[in-house]
Design a binder for this molecule. Structure first.
Ligand code: BGC
Length: 363
């Protein structure tokens, strides 16, 4: 029944929008004549707190400042829900659809459908391989991984560990970003494994970046390595915290450096406590602003030159892109993330963290 209504509505859109919907690759999207309305689909709220605490907030802020109508929904890691939300948004007349895909297959299906109905599309944060988005807005994700590799290496040196065994907790195998992060940290760590300066320990990818599963996986890694893991390359703060929870159980926290990403409140607190070596801060406010600017241009039927492209390794397309610069965060510069308004001092320095904040120069 529900499906029937959606189909009829979609057909209706096709006919009314038919004249302007003949989009081509020049970036025209047929949206010019319609009232701009932007639909955003976020992936979930558990693989990282960023989606609900940062991306939603900063996207809303950017759309509001531009005075444009927008709707932001979260697919909660459900691929069917992701497609249903996209269908509903298209039916409701969005002129631009911005997605953070759950995997490239479903992402591509959604992008292709939107395109066929004259709706412009943007890949937000994650590139959809083989997809058809007009723009891709993200960070330089290989550099994110490079900062993690360099960070782990710096913390192992600071601790004076010789021939450290390094374990990997990679991100979701269906997220192209996870591939890029790994390429980045491998570029730093693989030469050290090859020269036998470091020893490669267990390595696993965490499906859907599932933090709970990451703890189980890390516990198995630690058992497999007979407790001898000296450093953990965890691809984000959630995975890092999962590893830290197991290290705590084994009284190894603080002794074994762990990396992260996203500068989450929890990640920053783990850094202040000495349980996490570093995180990577990505200024999501800038990412949201860049995506919002492009979405608004697309909604007006304008074509913006981003001055940069990224090659889609699957589709072979050069996708016009905006890639922002990530920043490594250690105990010394946790204060920069607070100063940037990404998290508040009240959150990070709550309770027992007040003293640790003071010690780290957070006033
Ligand atoms: C994002 C990270 C995030 C991860 C899990 C990646 O695609 O770039 O910031 O931690 O997904 O949600």
């Amino acid at each position: 029944m529900r499906k029937g209504i959606l189909t009829i509505a979609a057909v209706g859109l096709l006919t009314t929008g038919g004249l302007t919907a003949c989009s081509d690759d020049s970036g025209d999207n047929g949206a010019a004549a319609k009232t701009p309305k932007i639909g955003v689909i976020l992936p979930d709220s558990k693989s990282s707190v960023r989606w609900e605490t940062a991306d939603r907030r900063f996207l809303e802020e950017a759309f509001k400042a531009a005075g444009v109508q927008a709707e932001i929904q979260n697919a909660q890691n459900d691929k069917t829900a992701f497609q249903t939300i996209a269908d509903q948004m298209i039916t409701s007349g969005v002129t631009v659809l911005m997605i953070v895909n759950l995997d490239s297959g479903t992402g591509k299906a959604v992008l292709d459908k939107a395109k066929s109905q004259g709706v412009a599309t943007i890949d937000y944060d994650r590139l959809t391989l083989g997809g058809s988005a007009q723009y891709y807005v993200s960070f330089d994700n290989e550099t994110v991984g490079k900062l993690q590799g360099e960070g782990l290496s710096k913390c192992l040196t600071d601790k004076g560990v010789k021939n450290p065994v390094v374990a990997y907790l990679n991100g979701s195998p269906t997220d192209n970003n996870a591939t890029l992060f790994k390429a980045g940290y491998d570029s730093v760590l693989k030469p050290k494994f090859d020269s036998k300066e470091y020893v490669k320990g267990p390595e696993d990818a965490v499906p859907a970046w599932d933090n709970a599963q990451a703890a189980t996986i890390f516990e198995q890694q630690l058992t497999k390595a007979n407790g001898k893991i000296d450093g953990v390359l965890a691809a984000n703060d959630g995975l890092g915290n999962a590893a830290i929870s197991i290290l705590k159980k084994n009284k190894l926290n603080g002794k074994v450096p762990v990396t992260g990403q996203d500068a989450s409140t929890e990640g920053l607190q783990n850094i202040l406590a000495g349980d996490q070596c570093m995180t990577v801060y990505k200024a999501v406010r800038e990412e949201a602003k860049a995506a919002s600017d492009l979405a608004i241009a697309l909604a007006k039927g304008e074509k913006k030159d981003t001055g940069q492209t990224v090659k889609d390794p699957e589709g072979g397309r050069d996708v016009p892109s905006v890639l922002l610069t990530p920043k490594a965060i250690y105990k010394e510069n946790v204060k920069d993330v607070i100063a940037d308004g990404y998290v508040t001092k009240e959150e990070v320095c709550a309770g027992a963290y007040a003293k640790l904040c003071a010690d780290a120069g957070i006033s």
